[in-house]
Design a protein. Structure first.
Length: 184
């Protein structure tokens, strides 16, 4: 029985648990194609490190980390999180990993982000959600733009990713802009 926290059409988001520390999850972190646009993946990861990471995320009250579950199969296909909260400024950072490559291109990144952004604005009362994305991740940039995120700045040739130095792009979305774009 899955304890769903946020429910979408094709996906459910639930709190990550130690049971999510699987060989499949570990394979995502060690796959250069999966981690090309992410900060992780620069060094080999072990199951002990993955378990320690999940344990730290579960214990940190300043992080909301959710497992992305494909409803049709019940599979854990990735994770999404809100973190780096500034409760005075009412901002938080979004991060996502769709690790299971067999579901890439099915709209799951968009649906996951839409669920957590609505949660950030409607339930956490955040004023702004921001993120950093590497320029060599055009699929992610497209998802963010579709949701209404706008580029706010970049650090040029800032990160080494995919055997090249690429820009690190900062994007933001304000609650009022999201509300006006996503009216029923």
């Amino acid at each position: 029985m899955m304890n769903t926290f946020l429910d979408g059409d094709s996906l459910a988001l639930r709190a990550i648990t130690m049971e999510d520390a699987s060989e499949e999850y570990l394979s995502w972190l060690n796959d250069p194609e999966t981690t090309k646009g992410l900060e992780t993946g620069k060094f080999p990861q072990t199951m002990d490190q993955l378990e320690s990471y999940i344990s730290a995320m579960m214990a940190d009250r300043g992080v909301i980390m959710l497992a992305i579950i494909e409803k049709s199969s019940g599979r854990h296909i990735g994770n999404i999180k809100l973190h780096n909260f500034d409760w005075i400024s009412r901002t938080g950072e979004l991060g996502i990993l769709i690790g299971n490559k067999s579901v890439w291109g099915k709209g799951y990144g968009h649906e996951s982000c839409k669920l957590i952004v609505a949660y950030a604005f409607d339930r956490l009362n955040l004023r702004k959600v921001w993120l950093a994305v590497y320029a060599n991740n055009p699929a992610a940039i497209h998802i963010y733009q579709k949701l209404g995120f706008e580029e706010e700045g970049k650090l040029k040739a800032h990160v080494f990713s995919g055997a090249a130095y690429v820009d690190k792009i900062f994007m933001g979305l304000f609650a009022q802009d999201y509300a006006s774009k996503n009216k029923a």
